[in-house]
Design a protein around this ligand. Structure first.
Ligand code: GAR
Length: 220
């Protein structure tokens, strides 16, 4: 692989399946990156266990131990910096970051969301899509800015919403693609191929599919 690996810090609150996808891609050497620390705001997050199983440092930093949001974020940021994290991945991190944190790391924080942003930001993106009645939903990896699920978009995957879907089945279909696009976004970042140009992210040397997805199909 040659050049040095990008050091990644991952912030989590829960089960950590996206964290797992990044760790697996790293261990398979599909990405020029390695996870150096996983930080949770929840002590019982399964993601912490996943990290430890792979010999990755796992920290619980309790927001309740700090007088305010920024104090907690300063502690999180310091731990990330201490370990030289060049990229911070939010992977089911259920806290809204303050402008303090976003400014400190702007352009080096990315997030995954289970909908095609700007549709259905916030909680339960999959259920929101289902209830709205869209025929296509998906997932998005984007740079983090000061608004929730809002910053410049790096990569998206579209999946069909099927007639008999419920929140679980749609979430599972979307999750399969979350696990593909998140490691891919990390790799594009690690290779220095992402250029933020205002709201748009230029992906250098990307391959761009010329076809469209329709649901239902145009065919019978
Ligand atoms: C994922 O579906 C992720 O897209 C979502 O939380 C889940 C975390 O799962 N994030 C958001 O909704 C952010 N607005 P994971 O812990 O198994 O990766």
């Amino acid at each position: 692989m040659g050049s040095e690996l990008l050091k990644v810090g991952v912030l989590v609150s829960g089960r950590g399946s996206n964290l797992q996808a990044i760790i697996d891609a790293s261990e398979r050497r599909e990405i020029h990156a390695r996870v150096v620390v996983v930080i949770s705001d929840k002590e019982d997050a399964y993601a912490l266990e996943r990290a430890r199983k792979h010999g990755i440092e796992a920290l619980f930093i309790d927001p309740r131990a700090y007088p305010g949001r920024e104090d907690h974020e300063r502690a999180v940021g310091d731990e990330l910096e201490k370990r030289g994290a060049g990229l911070i991945c939010l992977a089911g991190y259920m806290r809204v970051l303050s402008s303090y944190f976003v400014k400190r790391f702007y352009g080096r924080i990315i997030n995954i969301h289970p909908a095609l942003l700007p549709s259905f930001p916030g909680l339960h993106g999959q259920l929101q899509a289902l209830e709205y009645g869209v025929k296509i939903s998906g997932c998005t990896v984007h740079f983090v800015d000061e608004d929730v699920d809002h910053g410049p978009i790096i990569i998206q995957a579209a999946v069909p919403v099927l007639a008999d879907d419920d929140e679980d089945t749609l979430s599972a279909r979307i999750l399969e693609y979350e696990h593909k696009i998140y490691p891919r976004a990390v790799q594009l970042f690690a290779q220095g191929r992402l250029k933020i140009q205002g709201r748009r992210v230029k992906v250098e040397r990307g391959i761009f599919p010329p076809w469209a997805v329709t649901n239902p199909s145009l065919e019978d």
